[in-house]
Design a protein around this ligand. Structure first.
Ligand code: ZN
Ligand code: ZN
Length: 850
């Protein structure tokens, strides 16, 4: 559903811009998802080898282990063939899904990060950055996944809070005079300790610095050192130093020239250095170390301690910080322009709060571990000459070592982090490093839409690479969309069983209904509470559109020639409802355009929905029936002309949200001879401000209120639907004239058989309806049910009184007055004055009943 939301939002904007005459390119494509793909292909190999296992988490773990074993046995080439096969299938599925959702992308430009041309761009970037010294190779502490067998970057570490322990271990002095206690959460790493460190300002340990300790269990002699990094508040104020298995300890080892002993290997097994614990799994070794320390009386105490455990984003295995030789990218220099362009507003991030989050991250960036010990991906374009130690970087294998002329060269087997290649997307997809027409035309891109989860993985890195290699921003706007949650705002997850499959739900309710339900809930900066009920209402909306179309088509068939939407007559020649619907149409067009400009998908969808269902279907079509049934052909024609013109415009306005139904109906409207091949190429309605007239809205609302009031009174008096009844109206001259001019409409829509205007208020009459602009009663012989009428009036009265009290309270509230927009305050004042009049009338009515 997250992808469906993202693609719906992108598609709405693409269609909208395209219909506004812009040269729009939506370039689709996929990345090769190195670690995820390798994991899934391995699992599939394992599943084929062990098909008898009952599917579930434990079977998956077994399949992955078996698949990994078989991968290594079959070799790189054969395994990569399987990955390509999987990619072909999966890529096809993604494309079919996007087509089903109506994504209007340019499939002729479909790109994949491992296409030959794209791979060339990846190599080019690596070579250039290496030659500039921005890529280097070195042995550092990295986050290692023992299950996946690869290093991962800091961003791929998922930190989980778990219950754990803090163990206090006693390290005796070499000369036998006492000991120092250290606290640790990972006791097995003590086997790799090469020092104990204290803060130089810590009085407790002043005399200990420089002395020697005996490492328990292994009996190695290690020094006590002083380092500012040590926090005297943590544990005992003395900490063990394990340079090969902790990044901070590693830094300390550089400062103090300490040896770095690796006691845990890449499969999370204890090494030779671990002495008697060699060959044990790290967690098994932890148990044994604790047991041995306890037996030797060296375990001082144990405390419960919540741990932040780093786990693998892909397989959830607990990561191990390991000393490992990897490739890194220097980030600080690359980050500078990426900070500047966002600070200067050359890239606008929406919603605004993500701007700060972005800047905080980029300002505190660390070097990026870009090598992965995987097979599926871009091989790092490096060769080694083992004879002389020369490192060669380039697009192709050099024929011989330039230093010693040796011909035996060893290629680097590691691949690049997938995000390394994805970072080049905005220009590599357009033909870079070539100077292509596409690159010149479409770089910088205008817009990038993504979820917050990949803002750093992808968004930030695209900005850095764009600035570095194109010397310009990759895109001008970066919009972060929300998450799709279930109706109770719970995250959708397989274990909760509340996952909704977008294809299933589109199959059931129609793509347009799902797209519309997503769009109308997509307020920037908030997550979406998605429910099937919602989708059902928008399927009903699609039906409403369809039925409106059928009514219009039926009338077009009956009418003479020339009823296509070919422009509307002069305003002076139009009925009130015509001028009103055109005013509403242009106002809606203005609101939709403004909303989409600000990524207010919710607002835009809401506006077009209320216009179509409320203004157009409920009122305009009903009002137009009078004229459509007229004797005179020119009256019918004039009515049809406005009706079809507005309908055509409404379809175009709806089209970005509901592309399927609008395309179908637009063709039908033009009798399969539309002016253009597709509604997607037609113009999006631009507001004509001259057509927008708020007076029309207020006039129309008088008629609407009158019709609704009469319908309610008839309902209360239980007037049979087929009986029409006369009404009496009290109103001032202006309102009276308006009603007189539209007498027929009122009579027809409210089932009224005659309108009489009276000179005095109707407040003394039971069952009268009062509004600020008129009073109305329905003349109906049947006896009024005074009891029921009293209940109704009392209810009305109570409602109005509470509204009045509310309004008074707000108007007396200084804080509210200072903060609320002037329009709101003014509206509230007006309403309070109205209520005063209405309350009087209602009270008089109630008195008359008694
Ligand atoms: Zn893993
Ligand atoms: Zn050499």
């Amino acid at each position: 559903m997250g992808h469906m939301l993202e693609h719906t939002e992108i598609d709405i904007l693409m269609r909208w811009h395209r219909m506004r005459g812009k040269d729009v390119l939506w370039l689709p494509g996929t990345d090769h998802a190195s670690i995820a793909t390798q994991l899934i292909v391995e699992q599939e190999i394992g599943r084929q080898a062990l098909p008898e296992l009952e599917p579930g988490p434990s079977a998956r773990a077994t399949w992955r282990r078996e698949g990994q074993r078989r991968r290594i046995k079959m070799g790189r080439e054969k395994f990569l063939e399987l990955c390509w096969k999987w990619k072909e299938q999966n890529g096809g599925t993604i494309r079919r899904q996007m087509e089903r959702l109506g994504a209007s992308c340019d499939w002729t430009r479909d790109r994949f990060t491992m296409d030959p041309a794209y791979s060339l761009a990846v190599q080019e970037v690596f070579v250039r950055l290496y030659r500039e010294g921005l890529i280097y190779r070195g042995k550092y502490i990295v986050n290692w996944c023992p299950r996946c067998g690869t290093a991962v970057s800091d961003l791929e570490v998922i930190h989980e809070e778990r219950p754990g322990h803090l163990w206090y271990i006693r390290y005796p002095f070499e000369n036998g005079s006492g000991s120092i206690s250290v606290a640790t959460t990972r006791p097995e790493t003590m086997l790799g300790d090469t020092a104990v460190a204290v803060n130089p300002a810590d009085e407790r340990y002043r005399s200990a610095v420089g002395r020697k300790l005996v490492l328990p269990l292994l009996k190695r002699v290690i020094p006590v050192i002083a380092d500012d990094f040590v926090d005297p508040q943590f544990g005992t104020g003395a900490v063990k130093v394990t340079p090969a298995h902790d990044p901070n300890d590693y830094d300390m080892s550089l400062r103090h020239n300490l040896p770095r002993l690796e006691v845990i290997d890449t499969s999370a097994m204890m090494t030779e250095e671990a002495g008697p614990y060699r060959g044990m799994d790290r967690f098994e070794a932890r148990e044994k170390v604790i047991q041995d320390l306890r037996e030797q009386g060296l375990l001082e105490k144990t405390e419960d301690y919540p741990l932040s455990v780093g786990t693998c984003q892909r397989c959830k295995t607990v990561l191990e910080p390991l000393l490992s030789t990897q490739w890194f990218m220097k980030m600080q220099e690359l980050a500078e322009p990426a900070i500047r362009v966002v600070e200067e507003g050359r890239i606008r991030i929406t919603p605004e709060n993500y701007r700060k989050i972005y800047l905080d991250w980029v300002r505190n960036i660390h070097d990026w571990c870009i090598s992965r010990q995987l097979w599926w991906g871009h091989r790092i374009p490096v060769w080694y000459c083992d004879a002389c130690g020369e490192v060669m970087v380039g697009h192709e294998a050099p024929p011989a070592c330039p230093h010693c002329q040796g011909e035996k060269l060893r290629p680097e087997l590691d691949v690049l982090d997938t995000w390394f290649s994805s970072a080049l997307w905005p220009f590599a997809t357009l033909g870079w490093p070539g100077d292509t027409p596409d690159l010149r035309r479409f770089y910088p891109n205008d817009l990038m839409i993504m979820g917050f989860d990949i803002l750093f993985f992808w968004g930030a890195r695209m900005i850095m690479m764009g600035m570095k290699f194109m010397n310009d921003v990759p895109f001008r706007e970066l919009f972060i969309h929300g998450l799709v949650r279930d109706a109770e705002k719970q995250k959708m997850s397989k274990t909760k069983g509340n996952v909704i499959d977008p294809l299933e739900i589109t199959e059931e309710y129609g793509t347009d209904a799902v797209r519309f339900a997503l769009a109308i809930s997509a307020a920037p900066g908030t997550d979406i509470a998605f429910s099937v009920d919602n989708v059902q209402s928008y399927r009903a909306f699609a039906n409403k559109i369809w039925n409106a179309a059928r009514f219009i088509f039926m009338n077009m068939e009956r009418a003479p020639q020339g009823t296509l939407p070919n422009g509307v007559p002069q305003a002076s020649a139009q009925a009130l409802e015509d001028r009103w619907i055109l005013s509403r149409f242009h106002r809606t067009a203005r609101e939709v355009n403004e909303a989409l400009d600000a990524y207010r998908f919710d607002e835009a969808a809401h506006r077009v929905y209320t216009f179509f269902w409320g203004d157009f279907c409920d009122w305009y079509i009903e009002l137009s029936k009078l004229r459509l049934n007229a004797e005179e052909p020119e009256v019918v024609q004039a009515a049809l002309r406005v009706l079809t013109t507005v309908f055509d415009g409404a379809l175009r306005m709806l089209s970005p949200f509901m592309p399927f139904i609008t395309e179908e109906l637009w063709h039908a409207l033009y009798g399969d001879k539309p002016p253009l091949k597709s509604i997607a190429l037609a113009a999006f309605p631009e507001p004509d401000d001259e057509r927008i007239d708020e007076r029309l809205k207020s006039e129309m609302s008088v008629l609407q209120d009158l019709i609704v009031s009469v319908r309610q009174i008839r309902h209360d008096l239980k007037v049979e639907p087929k009986v029409s009844a006369p009404i009496r109206v009290f109103a001032d001259d202006g309102v009276r004239r308006l009603i007189e001019e539209n007498r027929e409409a009122v009579e027809r829509l409210a089932n009224v058989s005659g309108i009489t205007f009276v000179e005095s208020e109707l407040s003394k009459v039971a069952s009268a309806r009062h509004t600020a602009r008129f009073d109305v009663v329905v003349e109906y012989e049947k006896k009024v049910d005074t009891a029921a009428e009293r209940v109704r009036l009392e209810k009305d009265l109570a409602k109005m009184e509470s509204e009045q009290a509310n309004a008074r309270r707000q108007l007396a509230n200084e804080q509210f007055l200072a903060k609320a927009p002037e329009k709101v305050v003014e509206g509230l004042r007006k309403r309070a004055a109205e209520l005063e009049v209405l309350l009087d009338k209602a009270k008089a009515g109630l008195g008359a009943l008694k």
